[in-house]
Design a protein around this ligand. Structure first.
Ligand code: UN1
Length: 522
């Protein structure tokens, strides 16, 4: 045993071992990937692999079927305790969680870079999103108001009361291994629920680090740990959550394919579901746009997180009058891009997350080449260690939005462009895809803005003006329409999905009249 432990200590790079130690994750032996008030894990072992170097960062013990069962039971039990904690007290707990996360902001951001592959400022930015949504939820904990409705009967009051819902299952994706859980956890705890988290099987360490931080805060406050439970694992763990009647709401972020299965499974037992599925986001650039803003923003939208945000810019519609100039300026930015270690300062392009992501990239590039698209940048892998691909700009032969190429989300840094002649045509193209997450219009003409945000405008959940498709703030409800799944998380009215609403009619008179004047006297 000791020999094994020593061997794994020795094989871990010092930067990996430093960050794991700083986050209280064991650097030797196997790491427990289940938390239900206690750390455990006797299921299959999964490896966490650094996409930059291929280094195995840890082997994680996932949940066995019995452990899944117990974790779900414990979550239910925890909910029955937690729902009676007054909401402002729950807010105080979130304040402490916020402080604990902020104290490890850099370490956690670094771990995100190591395990997921995004560059450090984006990793730290992701932790910041969690901190921000905690702040939001602290405020919310004193503002989750119901309503008093006027009754048509004398001596009656009608109250609409938000009560805690139950257990919230959070199934998150590899690309935002911390923030998306944060959005759900914060709202779920503020509203008095227990959560059970199943992260992506390829980012278990981020989940273990976050849960470790939160568990300590819960413990210090005498709150059951299963209020923020964790089960790592693959399909089996996901299915245990989606199929369990003990999970009242399932919040799923991931592919449309899996989202369809999750949606149907949860719906078939009449559970609640929040789906955050694919995006196929377009930026439209009008001739009056300020290109000094639009070009770098499109660059970030297409390349940030190596094109693996749900909100990444995948389609670029350029007005004929500025198309050449725009492409010229964008190509220059692409030409200056060097792939690098995401933890090194100055790196803008890290690796894609996995071999599967490289496949997705290569399949799309092949299709573009086979269909005679013009390639303005990229179009191949980089010859170096790690999952590095060249960000690609392509002008497909056809702008026909019904082509598979325009219809499909490709989760890689590939930007497809087309040239349009009037805004109506660009909006038609923007709306002609199954997905409906984010979109962005670049213009200084107020008339275009009015059209874009109105009934004949963009049909996505996030509709931006002179702001790129990605990088949404937590204050607004985050989510998309159509095949993106209609889910809303984070700010806005999203919290209202994490409660059960009771319409309570209270009679404080001395008679019991029926509504609508119905006479039932015998
Ligand atoms: C995601 O890609 O799953 O708007 C979430 C953004 C981030 C969140 C993206 N605030 O890019």
């Amino acid at each position: 045993l000791l020999r094994g432990a020593l061997a794994s200590t020795r094989s871990l790079s010092s930067r990996a071992s430093n960050v794991l130690s700083a986050l209280d994750i064991p650097t030797a032996g196997e790491v427990c990937g289940v938390y239900d008030g206690e750390w455990k894990g006797t299921g299959d072992l999964v490896s966490s692999v650094c996409p930059t170097t291929g280094e195995v960062l840890a082997r994680v013990k996932t949940a066995s079927p019995e452990e899944l069962h117990t974790a779900l039971d414990k979550a239910r039990e925890a909910y029955t305790v937690f729902r009676n904690v007054p909401a402002p007290r729950r807010g105080e707990l979130l304040r402490q969680i916020r402080e604990a996360l902020a104290a490890k902001r850099v370490e956690l951001g670094t771990l995100i870079s190591l395990e997921m592959g995004k560059i450090k400022t984006e990793g730290v930015g992701e932790v910041q999103e969690f901190v921000d949504i905690c702040d939001y939820a602290v405020g919310l904990s004193r503002m989750m108001n119901g309503r008093v409705v006027a009754s048509e009967r004398p001596g009656h009051s009608i109250l609409e009361v938000p009560n805690p819902l139950g257990v919230v299952g959070v199934l998150s994706a590899f690309n935002f291994p911390v923030a998306v859980y944060g959005w759900n956890l914060s709202l779920a705890l503020a509203t008095g629920n227990a959560t059970i988290w199943k992260p992506s099987p390829t980012t278990p360490l981020c989940a273990i680090a976050v849960t470790t931080i939160i568990a300590k805060v819960l413990e210090k406050n005498g709150v059951p740990g299963a209020v923020a439970g964790l089960v790592t694992g693959g399909k089996g763990a996901g299915a245990a959550i989606t199929e369990s009647r003990d999970v009242d709401l399932v919040s799923f972020t991931g592919s449309e394919h899996v989202g369809r299965i999750v949606g149907k499974t949860v719906q078939s037992r009449f559970g609640k579901v929040i789906l955050e599925l694919g995006g196929n986001n377009a930026a439209i650039v009008m001739p009056d746009a300020d290109l000094s803003m639009a070009v770098p923003s499109v660059f970030f939208g297409a390349i940030g997180t190596a094109g693996q945000r749900c909100t990444s810019t995948r389609r670029l519609y350029l007005h004929r009058d500025i198309a050449d100039e725009f492409l010229d300026r964008l190509q220059k930015l692409y030409a200056g891009l060097k792939p690098g270690d995401p933890l090194e300062e100055g790196t803008l392009l890290g690796p894609v997350h996995s071999a599967a992501a490289i496949d997705v990239y290569e399949t799309s590039v092949r299709y573009l080449k086979d269909t005679d698209a013009q390639i303005f940048a990229g179009g191949a892998r980089y010859e170096r260690v790690g999952n590095f691909v060249q960000p690609t700009i392509a002008m497909p032969k056809s702008a026909d939005p019904s082509d598979a190429l325009w219809q499909t989300e490709c989760f890689a840094p590939i930007l497809n462009c087309a040239v349009f002649d009037d805004l109506a045509e660009a909006i038609r193209w923007n709306n002609a895809v199954p997905q409906g997450l984010s979109s962005s219009l670049w213009t200084r003409d107020l008339r275009n803005v009015g059209t874009w945000i109105g009934p004949s405008g963009s049909d996505t959940g996030i509709v931006n003006v002179n702001v790129g498709t990605s990088g949404a703030e937590i204050g607004a409800a985050f989510g998309g329409n159509k095949s993106t799944g209609w889910g809303r998380e984070s700010g806005g009215d999203a919290w209202k999905q994490y409660v059960r609403w009771s319409a309570c009619t209270i009679n404080f008179s001395d008679s019991a009249p029926l509504a609508q004047g119905v006479d039932f006297s015998s």
